[in-house]
Structures are given as structure tokens and as C-alpha cells.
Design a protein around this ligand. Structure first.
Ligand code: 4AD
Ligand code: MG
Length: 465
């Protein structure tokens, strides 16, 4: 007999048929005559109830069926008498695949703290919360690929190991096969990489953008979706050392079209969650955040504000004049802190904001310069509860301007020749952005800590599992 997933079994109405389900025991309760096992196989949030008539099973058979044990159950599908479920299974045969010693199984009780569950990240997918989060995570990845595929973008794979630190988006992790206890030095006392694996210094990438730009200037519209690494020592609920980023890059678009894309794309993802993941969303809404679904709906329905940086600064200065207190100072030229971004989004506008035209000095070298010589066409999408969810820009396509920026910032030219070639041969206006996948996950799940939306978080001093 072939096994049926619990998600499907719960939809069945052919009562009296014999079926086979497999999964992990969530709870077992009952009395001398009958026992009830709640079985979950991860296919959906709900458990299926297994009814065990004690006339048909010995104590010896039932003893290993404790919370966490894995079972295969063959039984008759019946209409459920109890509340909360439509069908249940009257067990004929139970095979125990794996026991879970009650004294040792770490997920014994319900209601463990999220902090505790992080310590047992190898088992937390078996909880309702993380089942919901990881099913949503899959759905968001699928929505992203679907969106781009349907809009004619090509999924382009950029390297994870890179020989340049051109972007400067964050501190990098080095990649080496050298024996670290015997590092070779050159005559001038620097590390000698000539005998290292790649014959030069290499690192894990902080972004696939620069290679993505090359592809956009050939295939027209591309996106990347892969892991990125940043060794910044920021132990916050919104930073990971290893996170996934989606980076579309598009030829022949300008600032307005870039913002349209950012807004349309993110709304599509949120709408996808509302249309396809309601059971899990409802659970997270009820468990953690009673305004989650309302917040998701409101993002899908409202137009994002498009706000020049200079106006944003004025709004913040006005707020300070009226008595609003911020930890960090506000002045034209400052890099906005998350408290500033959240004030604009959550208190002033009460909807997502796309901030544009940032001071040149706080943004990356590749952003397209405005005629005022002071600002660049960067776009950060700021979200309620999250702050920056997307960072993007129109790219400087002019060789001379780009070259001057590279020189002014002392970016090593030897690393950049291939990037500059795009501006020498058939350069074109183009733009793109990066969405932090886990930031999107934070928004969609309502979870408060980024460590709880990725299966195995990497943060300073933690790389377990
Ligand atoms: O703003 P960032 O640094 O932009 C770039 O890397 C550009 N190359 C993107 C592009 O234009 N193609 O990062 C993009 C997004 C941020 O808006 C944020 O959502 C996320 O990546 N992000 C992080 N997410 C988790 N942990 C971190 N340490 C992150 N750093 C950035
Ligand atoms: Mg950014």
C-alpha cells in the first residue's frame, strides 16, 4: 500500500477505505480503552488523529509510541467525531520506524522559547512554528522564481568565490587552503598568496551584482538568487553572516521603472503568501503577531511612497524639532539608522517608502550620479518592522564618471578591469536591486529575529549544525 501525505489524507472523503500515513508523533493521550495519537508529517500544519483501540494492540506495542517517535500507520479512514478535524484513522497496524526516548527527546513539551529552539535547530523544523516558517520559505522562493520567469528574466548563476572586493558592501570572509600555522609572507611582509589554491587572495562574495550586470548587458533581464556572505560583526535581529539575496538586473530601464519593478515584485511575493499559505500565516498570526495578516494585506493594497532623501531628512528634522528623540543624529549626508527609517515608515507615512537620490558619499561607487553632482540614483525600499528590505540603484553607465569614482575611492583597478569593460564595449543604461531573502521572510512571517527564518543561522560566534 502506498503512503499518502497527511495534507492529502485530511481532504479524503472515501470513508471506510484503508490508507497508510507516516509521520512523527506530536502527542499521545487517551484512556484504558482508546488512545489518540496526533501524527504530523510536515506536509501541512495540521496533524491527523490516529485512533488506537486497545483491544487490538498490546501495551508492549504501544510503549514506544511517545512524542517524537516516527510511525507508519495503516488504518481505516473514518469521519471524525471529535472537534477540530474532519477525518481520522482507526489504526489496524502500526510500525515504529524510530523511537524517541521520553527522558531525552528535547521537544517534549509544547511552548518552548524561540531562543531554546535555536539551540536545537536540528529538531526545530518538527515544531508547528518552524514547519510553518519553512513551508513559507519554500513558497517565497518558488514565488520569486515564478515572478521572474513569467516576466522574461533569466536565472543567472554568479560565483560565490570571488577575487575582488570591488563592491565594498561588507567585510568579507577569506577563502584559502593555506596552512594557517605556516603562512608565507612576501618580502614586504604581506601574505603571499601565490601558492594558495587560486594563486591570489579570494573571498566569499558579498553580492552577485557586478557579475549580474555583465549578464544584463547581454541577456537583457537576469536575476540571481543565491547565498551571500558578510563578516560584519553586527549582532542584530536583522543581520546574518550568511544570507540569501535576490538580485535582478535589467538593461534599458531608468529610476521610475526600477521603482515600479521593486514595488510590483515585492507585492507579488506577499500576495503569493496570502493566496497560497493561509493556514501557516493564520497560525503565525494567532501565535505571535495578531496584526500579521492585516499588515500583509495592507502592503499589497497600498502604493509605496517615493521619497527623495533630502525630503526624508527634512521630515526627520521637523520631527526632532517637535520633540521626537532619536539615538543617532540626523543631518543631510548622514546614513539613516534603522530608527530613522522606521519612523518614516511606521509613524510618518504608515506605509512602505522607497527612498531615492541619496548623497553620493554614503552609497556605492557604481550608482548613477545625478546632475546635481551631490546625489546618486540609489533606491532603498523601507518596510514596517524591518527597515531596509531592498537596496538598489540605477547604475552609472558612463565610463569616465565610473572611472573617476573608482579612482576617488581608491578601489584597486586590477580587480575591476572586467567590470569596466562593460562600459567600454556597448555600455547601456541599466538598473537593478538586491532583496535580502531573510528580510522578506521576516516581513512575511512576522518573526522578530532573522535567526528564526533561516534553517541554520550563521552569526558571530555561531556556526553550529
Ligand atoms: O543594500 P545591499 O548591501 O545591496 C547590495 O548588496 C547590492 N549589490 C544590491 C544590488 O543592487 N544588486 O544589500 C541588499 C539587501 C539589503 O537591502 C538587505 O535586505 C539585505 O540585502 N542584507 C542583509 N540581510 C541579512 N543580513 C545581512 N547582513 C544583510 N545585509 C544586507
Ligand atoms: Mg543597503
Amino acid at each position: 500500500m502506498s503512503r499518502i501525505e497527511i495534507k492529502q489524507a485530511l481532504q479524503l472523503t472515501n470513508y471506510g477505505a484503508e490508507i497508510n500515513v507516516k509521520g512523527w508523533v506530536r502527542t499521545r493521550r487517551g484512556n484504558k480503552n482508546v488512545q489518540f495519537i496526533a501524527l504530523n508529517d510536515g506536509s501541512c500544519l495540521k496533524n491527523i488523529q490516529i485512533v488506537v483501540d486497545l483491544q487490538n494492540f498490546t501495551d508492549e506495542q504501544l510503549k514506544p509510541i511517545t512524542t517524537g517517535a516516527c510511525l507508519s500507520v495503516v488504518g481505516i479512514l473514518v469521519k471524525s467525531q471529535g472537534a477540530g478535524q474532519t477525518v481520522e484513522i482507526q489504526a489496524n497496524k502500526i510500525e515504529v520506524y524510530g523511537t524517541a526516548e521520553p527522558e531525552k527527546y528535547p521537544l517534549q513539551k509544547k511552548g518552548h522559547s524561540l531562543e531554546y529552539l535555536r539551540e536545537i535547530a536540528h529538531l526545530r523544523p518538527r515544531t508547528n512554528t518552524f514547519g510553518a516558517v519553512f513551508r513559507l520559505r519554500h513558497n517565497m522562493a518558488y514565488a520569486i522564481h515564478t515572478y521572474f520567469h513569467n516576466h522574461g528574466y533569466f536565472y543567472f548563476h554568479t560565483p560565490l568565490i570571488t577575487g575582488s572586493d570591488a563592491e565594498g558592501a561588507g567585510q568579507m570572509f577569506q577563502v584559502t587552503t593555506q596552512d594557517l600555522s605556516k603562512i608565507q609572507l612576501t618580502e614586504d611582509g604581506k601574505v603571499d598568496y601565490s601558492n594558495d589554491f587560486f594563486g591570489k587572495q579570494t573571498s566569499l562574495t558579498v553580492s552577485g551584482q557586478l557579475e549580474g550586470e555583465l549578464a544584463a548587458l547581454a541577456l537583457g533581464k537576469i536575476y540571481t538568487f543565491g547565498p551571500t556572505f558578510r563578516a560584519e560583526n553586527s549582532n542584530t535581529p536583522r543581520h546574518l553572516a550568511e544570507f540569501w539575496m535576490i538580485e535582478p538586473e535589467v538593461a534599458f530601464i531608468q529610476l521610475d521603472e526600477l521603482m515600479d519593478l521593486e514595488e510590483d515584485f515585492i507585492k507579488y511575493c506577499v500576495r503569493w503568501a496570502l493566496d497560497n499559505c493561509m493556514e501557516d500565516l493564520q497560525f503565525l498570526n494567532d501565535m505571535f503577531d495578531k496584526t500579521l495578516i492585516e499588515r500583509l494585506r495592507s502592503v499589497v493594497d497600498t502604493e509605496f511612497v517615493r521619497l527623495p532623501y533630502t525630503e526624508g531628512i527634512k521630515i526627520l528634522e521637523d520631527a526632532i524639532a517637535k520633540g521626537k528623540k532619536f539615538e543617532f543624529p540626523v543631518y543631510w549626508g548622514c546614513d539613516l539608522a534603522s530608527e530613522h527609517e522606521r519612523y518614516l515608515v511606521e509613524e510618518h507615512f504608515r506605509r512602505p517608502v522607497i527612498m531615492i537620490n541619496y548623497p553620493k558619499d554614503i552609497k556605492a561607487f557604481y550608482m548613477k550620479q545625478n546632475d546635481d553632482q551631490k546625489t546618486v540614483q540609489g533606491t532603498d525600499v523601507l518596510f514596517p518592522q524591518i527597515g531596509e528590505i531592498i537596496g538598489g540603484s540605477v547604475r552609472e553607465e558612463n565610463y569616465d564618471k565610473l572611472m573617476k569614482e573608482i579612482e576617488d575611492r581608491h578601489i584597486p583597478m586590477k580587480d575591476m578591469w572586467w567590470y569596466l569593460d562593460t562600459r567600454r564595449f556597448g555600455s547601456a543604461p541599466h538598473a537593478g536591486f538586491g532583496l535580502g531573502f531573510e528580510r522578506l521572510m521576516l516581513f512575511v512571517t512576522g518573526m522578530q529575529n532573522i535567526r528564526d527564518v533561516i534553517p541554520f543561522p550563521r552569526t558571530p560566534k555561531t556556526a553550529e549544525f
